[in-house]
Design a protein around this ligand. Structure first.
Ligand SMILES: [Zn+2]
Length: 286
């Protein structure tokens, strides 16, 4: 076994919740927060009132040790069973599939390279439970529609933790807790874990929710099809307007904003043929 999993069980029936950290090795915030909560369960300062709580603090141990995103490939795009795993991440995926299949609710903690690092939730396969948990968290933006835009792209399959959970009929939220190395990101991850456990009544009390939340629906994905540059140093969730030139290729052709939108996950240094940025809109504009 490559992955270390820690489980704390109640005698009483209830949901099995699994927290995942460092699916990407250079995202330590979720792992740090998981260790903080894990220690409280291990020392019996916290005990589950029902169901069970499991933690895998580091889902890509080799990449985590080297502080890199991945060893051979992006783990969060390849989560399925492999009969003959050929890469390190495929071996990890085989273990993760088992763990995900054994849980009812999976909370996958990530962080971003974006300098402002506003936290947000990816609710890829929303259901009542996913909505209940995400609305108990102190995170302003909830982004939906990721699988739908990937369905329109023939180049990338959605083989994320969320898609894997969905294939087993489980609930999954992916939380982007902020910038990789910001102390706030650890706090966001920590309170997301605690509020999830309170919301599920695995711990006693009420989630401390203060924020008004907004739902953003992803509309499109823009691949960097050839060499070029973004027009600005865009931040995730910046507003962009109809007709704005978002990016210019070296051959002079451009990517123009088709309608007022939010720019999501812009990657200034994206490689050719990779995801460059996404566009989305507020749900109330529907
Ligand atoms: Zn990540």
């Amino acid at each position: 076994m490559l992955l270390k999993k820690y489980t704390f069980k109640s005698e009483k029936n209830g949901p099995a919740v699994l927290f995942l950290g460092a699916i990407h090795g250079n995202e330590p915030a979720g792992s740090k927060a998981i260790y903080m909560v894990l220690e409280k369960f291990a020392s019996l300062a916290l005990t589950p009132l029902k169901g069970s709580v499991s933690f895998i603090p580091v889902c890509n141990p080799k990449a985590f040790e080297k502080d890199v995103r991945q060893i051979d490939e992006n783990l969060n795009r390849i989560i399925k069973k492999y009969d003959n795993p050929k890469t390190y991440e495929q071996q990890l995926a085989n273990e993760l599939v088992e763990h995900i299949s054994q849980a009812d609710i999976i909370i996958d903690l990530h962080s971003t390279f974006c300098p402002l690092g506003e936290p947000f939730i990816f609710s890829d396969y929303p259901n009542d439970m996913a909505d209940k948990i995400s609305s108990s968290l102190n995170i302003k933006y909830i982004i939906k529609g990721w699988p739908q835009i990937y369905a329109t792209s023939s180049t990338i399959l959605d083989l994320s933790t969320g898609a894997c959970a969905q294939s087993f009929g489980k609930t999954c939220l992916t939380i982007e807790c902020g910038h990789h190395y910001a102390e706030n990101s650890v706090q966001t991850a920590y309170y997301s874990i605690m509020n999830t456990l309170l919301c599920l009544e695995i711990l006693q009390g009420y989630p401390s929710k203060q924020i008004k939340q907004e739902y953003i629906i992803m509309d499109s994905i823009i691949f960097k099809t050839k060499e070029g540059k973004l027009s600005k140093d865009y931040n995730h969730l910046d507003k962009v307007t109809t007709g704005e030139i978002l990016a210019t290729y070296d051959d002079g052709t451009t990517e123009v904003c088709p309608k007022d939108a939010y720019i999501l996950l812009p990657k200034a240094n994206a490689l050719v043929n990779c995801e460059w940025f996404y566009l989305g809109h507020l749900q109330k504009d529907l």
